[in-house]
Design a protein around this ligand. Sequence first.
Ligand SMILES: Cc1ncc(COP(=O)(O)O)c(C=O)c1O
Length: 405
Amino acid sequence: MKPLGPIPAGFVANGTGQLLIGGTTAEALADRVGGTPLFVYDAARVAAQAARFRVAFPGIALHYAIKANPYAPLLLEIAKLIDGFDVASQAELERVADLGLPISFAGPGKRDQELETAIRAGVTINLESEGEADRTLAIAGRLGIAPRLAVRVNPPFGLKGAGMKMGGHGSQFGVDHDRAAVLVRRLVEAGADWQGLHIFGGSQALNAAALIDYQRQTVALAAAIADQAGHAPRHVNLGGGFGIAYFAKDLPLDLEAVGAALARTLSERPSILRDTSFAIELGRWLVGEAGVYLTRIVDRKVSRGRTFLVTDGGLHHMLAASGNFGQLLRRNYPVAIANRFGDAPEEETTVVGCLCTPLDLLADEALLPRAEVGDLVAIFCAGAYGLSASPSAFLSQPTARELLL
Ligand SMILES: Cc1ncc(COP(=O)(O)O)c(C=O)c1O
């Protein structure tokens, strides 16, 4: 038996044991869109997360990294809740270009065409290297536009305990911290509209103490770079990395503790950052728990004593639940039988997708209510890095539907 991850708080069954998502049964939602597989996103949950952030981090700008979930109707809702978007490609930029919020563009390997589009659109380009700075300045010179530029810094420290680390080692992300001040001076001297610094150290951190420590070091590093450069940054993006509980024994992040500590850190910040504004850039923490992936059981079989529930979905929609999206060890996501949400678990089953590969595992040796062909499997924590982070062309199976509540 392998444990399942914790179902996010607030998901309940109705009187007949059906899982409710945003007040409607999972079955009714599948009917509404014409079937499964289906991702359902509950906008009220996203709004509740944003409201919680506002209380915990007063005065700090909230940015959404759309790589976590670029579903257009969701972006429209999120635009009402945040202060800016972070994009990582021209196509992401185009998705939010008309939503009326500031945009920053991070990520290695920006092509000249992408840089040109970003410069013309007045987007802040988070420069990942000196080479990218050279190309950006040259393109801006040709266009006769003073580009909005920030320097992404590769800090000398990492975000401890993060599921993915983007700093503290040689990296394609950002300019090494000891070269950042020189680059800032160059940008200012070249006439660029220098916006500030972007320091993003990692993703999926649940440990408040590690985040507090990381943010304290980040503020100190930003001040040191600014001092060395001789220029005060207008903005410092402190990164994010706030995680959600996916797996058994994961404890939710103590957001309020991180917010209180950041307020203390900023109240004591060095004078060069006195007039600087600060932002936090989040993806999964904002949208992850708002999404549920629904897939229907098409076969139930027993093989050498093991019971398998074979579904119409799989890793081509929800790669992360299969354990193949950066996890070192495969562990079960929170999974339930949606139309038997009120039933007691009674048998050990392995839930798989319909792809012809043993990688396509959605819940391994999990204790679930007895389920039959036609029942609906719900995979929680599917709002971030779901459909758009999965190999949807693999085996040419149909894509999943998406629905925003
Ligand atoms: C630059 C940048 N910003 C934001 C994010 C979003 O991270 P998360 O979804 O964990 O909040 C990432 C994740 O890779 C990133 O690289």
